[in-house]
Design a protein around this ligand. Sequence first.
Ligand code: UT7
Length: 326
Amino acid sequence: MRVRIAGTGSYLPATCVSNAELSQRVDTSDEWIQSRTGIRERRLLGPDDVPSQMGVSAAQAALAAAGSSPAEVGLLMVASNVLEQPVPGTAPFIAQGLGFPDDVPFMDIMAGCSGFVFGMAVAGALVAGGLVRSALLVGTEALSRFVDWQDRTTCVLFGDGAGAVLLEHSTGEESILGVSLHGDPAKAHLLRVEVGGVRTPVDEIAVRARRHFLKMEGEGVFRSAVHMMERSSREALAQAGLSADDVDWWIPHQANLRIIDALARRLQIPRERMVINIDRVANTSTASIPIALDELARSGRLQSGDILALTAFGAGASYGTVIVRW
Ligand code: UT7
């Protein structure tokens, strides 16, 4: 059974912070951030806003684009690195915000920045297997609440936002064509928030040492990222019976423009086939691929039958690629 993307949506918070503005808060510069990452500005969640609000807006846009409604959704799956609150997660709040009836299943999925790609594979399989009639997949992220605004090596990299897709049975050629998912647990230390869980609960000493904020070994992540996306892309393409050349639009996780360029060089992808919005939105983690996909879909450049490659890596380390015929 085939599964198609029936609609896409995204949401970006109104507050836009440029590199120049950031350089008044931490010891950095527009020149450093742009040349090392490709980021010019990012959107940040307002002080009273929460990830579920962004997710609801993105989901509503995806449902409207698909001509569907909350009452028709068979499953809600939410990919995120940040929970709205520890229990019961973010999905129920998005279900509430969408006005779901009392019998639709929802769940959160945590697979680092690859969460959306993993969600596409899992939700897609549930739809393809006939276990649910459709799946609303949302990536919503507010990493601005978890970065250390005194740590210039991380705080300049991330932005907030949400993206969503509705997956439905397909009766035509549009479908998920290939999937490759992987994990490398030896790299779990590269990207982490150490404090706040069972192993190390929050206490005054931990907070004073700023260990409740996101920590990253940037160079290690960078080196692994290119290899991971290349490997899973080649595998997912092979499963689909396609080559890199057949892909009309590459939508890579937007973590660093230099990572995207390195992937393009390895797979010999022309720049014009790479969907890039990191300059405007920075790294929105699980939301980065659905936001970029939604912007592409709404730009009118996407044609029926186009082949898309969605490829990501992230904390865990998790990585994966999904190939889709639009
Ligand atoms: O979703 C997945 C999440 N993360 C990623 O994908 C991140 C992957 N890694 C990266 O994107 C890059 O490694 C970074 C952008 C994080 C860092 O770029 P880099 O070219 O690897 O820089 P670096 O860490 O080697 O730092 C070079 C210098 C250092 O100074 P010294 O030691 O040479 O004096 C840093 O202290 O740049 C300094 N630096 C900064 N300077 C100004 C680091 N951050 C900044 C900053 N502004 N924001």
